[in-house]
Design a protein around this ligand. Structure first.
Ligand SMILES: [Zn+2]
Length: 274
């Protein structure tokens, strides 16, 4: 027998060994995965309900987010929004963000965040993003969970954006903090969700100073102070539902950086907007 065939069979066997010991299953349908499949079976991967928002700077999620900002009285220009796939309750795909949030499935979270990162990095309207941050958890919730799922996604987006612009994109998952503990949003009405998170976020002064220092050293040839501030912030969360949490965070960013800054948002999943 050709020795290359023997080597190929051995490699396949070694690759399949972890699956034999601990079978991996599709996050959506639960079917056992083949060695070549990652997190989703080939059928569920093909049916992933992609939003394609990255190819359209004006999309239903961005319209919904901008409408909230107008109500809140901030936002001078149209803010962009992007999400990888639609989050339909009971569709099975809603488990993807939940696997990261509740089941510590960092592998899946990073995998889908990298998919989103590639789309964001390739979109013209995100090319000038210079700061990536995320929706914070209250410290008590973060202490209990041990991590912030939005920070896991944001780190992959920052990595994707930095790929062709090393040193030009700052990633700071600690820029925002929750000023008070808020009730979980899942069981609240649309109006109550907005009330629940209104004014619940603020920029940490220590992190703001760090950004100003970073910009001072990396942009020495830019003379004005305004130019040393970030111009396009990408704010990241796991899921976009009504936009109340993301717009409350954006308000805190506008307050710290001024209305000239653009605060775009990116999430793994998005509830279809009516
Ligand atoms: Zn499947």
């Amino acid at each position: 027998m050709d020795p290359r065939l023997t080597r190929l069979r051995l490699e396949t066997l070694l690759r399949s060994l972890p699956d034999l010991l601990m079978p991996r299953v599709c996050l959506v349908c639960g079917r056992q995965l083949l060695p070549s499949e990652r997190h989703l079976c080939v059928c569920c991967e093909a049916d992933l309900p992609l939003t394609h928002f990255e190819s359209n700077s004006r999309n239903p999620m961005a319209d919904s987010y901008n409408a909230r900002l107008v109500v809140a009285g901030c936002g001078m220009c149209y803010q962009y929004a992007v999400s990888l796939f639609y989050y339909g309750s009971g569709s099975g795909y809603d488990y993807i963000p939940q696997a990261l949030k509740y089941d510590r499935n960092f592998g899946a979270g990073r995998h889908f965040a990298r998919m989103l990162g590639r789309l964001v990095a390739g979109a013209e309207h995100f090319r000038d993003v210079d700061l990536v941050t995320c929706v914070p958890l209250h410290w008590t919730r973060r202490y209990r969970r041990g991590y912030n799922q939005a920070a896991v996604i944001a780190s992959e987006l920052a990595r994707a954006l930095q790929a062709d612009r090393p040193g030009r994109v700052l990633f700071d998952p600690w820029l925002l903090r929750r000023t008070r503990r808020t009730a979980t949003q899942t069981r609240l009405s649309v109006a109550d969700k907005a009330l629940n998170v209104a004014g619940a976020f603020a920029v940490r002064p220590s992190r703001l100073n760090r950004i100003l220092r970073f910009n001072h050293t990396s942009r020495l040839n830019r003379p004005s102070r305004l130019n040393s501030l970030p111009r396009h912030i990408l704010l990241v969360d796991d899921v976009y539902t009504t936009g109340s949490t993301l717009s409350a965070c954006a308000e805190a960013l506008f307050e710290a950086f001024g209305p000239e800054v653009r605060v775009s948002i990116a999430t793994l999943a998005c509830v279809p907007q009516r």
